[in-house]
Design a binder for this molecule. Structure first.
Ligand SMILES: Nc1ncnc2c1ncn2[C@@H]1O[C@H](COP(=O)(O)OP(=O)(O)OP(=O)(O)O)[C@@H](O)[C@H]1O
Length: 327
């Protein structure tokens, strides 16, 4: 679907992409990186909107340097920033975008109605976009990217500005773009945790360089952190400590999840090595006669990949910024 070879983009003061080579097949692929990692720059080059400084790239077998128009006919694009006209309705806007993509008037209206329904906009679609919530605006941006029935869509930070429920709904929609319609997706985020649930494949970039490209299963196997919370009992007035001691006795490396925050010391964090770690926690908690309040995969942040022993070129500032976002 997408192939790049030693792709670079240099601005006068910054190298946004640095000899990046990757190969992305069909399905849902996450492009993950801290703010400023080069994700939007990559999308603009792949759409043929911005020339690369060096290297080459192909989208659907078409060279981005010479076939930008043909690529944009076949690819949908949801930009990161708010770019919607406030005074028109979602229906008017999406019909307009469908007409711009070459659909005849009747087909444009029919496809618009279907697409807006698919993204979850119903009677609100006749009201001016200016009065929409962030979540509704994100849905309109998604609808205009899908209305011309592309083979592939680029979604730039589609969960930005959404609350946790809105994020989950958007991630579900993204998954269905591929499962229901067979349209492949390249979706960017600075949060690895949200993409690993949605994507088949994850590409991580950092300071314009490729840090990692692998299937989500491979990825989560090496980075899964479990958060565990248990009840106390008369026998074990500090249930958390009892579980920690028992797990450590079984050779598991357990961290206190409080991060120094008062009152949060009842969360334990540990690295899951596979299914057996879940079983071990369940058995240890049951043997101690405690209740398991929760055992969940923590949402990973992209910064965790940096501290995972991988080679990194991110600046401290970028990492701090990444840590400051989301969750
Ligand atoms: N037109 C431009 N001129 C100069 N520098 C630019 C330009 N566009 C992007 N950059 C720089 O290139 C780097 C990569 O930017 P890019 O927007 O691709 O990052 P990103 O990963 O999409 O992050 P974000 O989510 O914050 O947009 C940044 O340092 C940015 O400041």
């Amino acid at each position: 679907m997408i192939a790049t070879e030693s792709l670079s983009k240099r601005f006068p003061r910054v190298t946004a992409l640095d000899r990046l080579t990757m190969d992305i097949g069909p399905g849902v692929t996450g492009l993950v990186g801290a703010n400023g990692a080069g994700k939007s720059t990559m999308i603009k080059i792949l759409l043929g909107l911005s020339p690369a400084t060096e290297g080459r790239a192909e989208v659907l077998g078409l060279d981005v340097a010479t076939k930008g128009g043909a690529i944009r006919e076949r690819v949908g694009y949801m930009p990161e920033h708010d770019c919607l006209p406030p005074d028109v309705s979602a229906t008017e806007f999406v019909v307009h975008m469908a007409r711009m993509s070459g659909l005849p008037p009747t087909a444009a209206r029919e496809r618009t109605a279907d697409t807006l329904r698919h993204v979850g906009l119903y009677e609100e679609r006749y009201r001016p976009i200016g009065g929409y919530s962030t979540g509704m605006k994100q849905r309109v941006k998604l609808a205009q990217a899908l209305v011309h029935d592309p083979q592939l869509v680029f979604l730039d930070e589609p969960t930005n500005g959404l609350d946790p429920v809105g994020r989950d709904e958007m991630l579900g929609l993204i998954r269905r773009i591929y499962s229901d319609f067979g349209i492949s997706v390249l979706v960017t985020s600075h949060l690895l945790g949200e993409l690993e649930r949605t994507c088949d494949h994850v590409v991580v970039i950092d300071g314009g360089k490729l840090l990692r490209s692998s299937s989500t299963t491979d990825f989560t196997q090496t980075t899964t952190t479990l958060a565990i919370e248990v009840t106390d009992s008369d026998d074990h007035p500090d249930g958390t400590r009892a579980v920690r001691d028992a797990l450590q006795g079984r050779g598991v490396d357990v961290l206190d999840g409080s991060g120094g925050l008062p009152g949060a010391g009842h969360i334990l964090l540990l690295t899951a090595q596979g299914e057996e770690t879940y079983d071990l926690v369940r058995d240890v908690v049951a043997d101690l006669g405690l209740g398991l309040v929760r055992m969940e995969q923590r949402r990973h942040h992209i910064s965790e990949v940096f501290t995972d022993g991988e080679q990194s070129t991110a600046t401290g500032e970028q990492r701090k910024e990444a840590v400051g976002h989301g969750n």
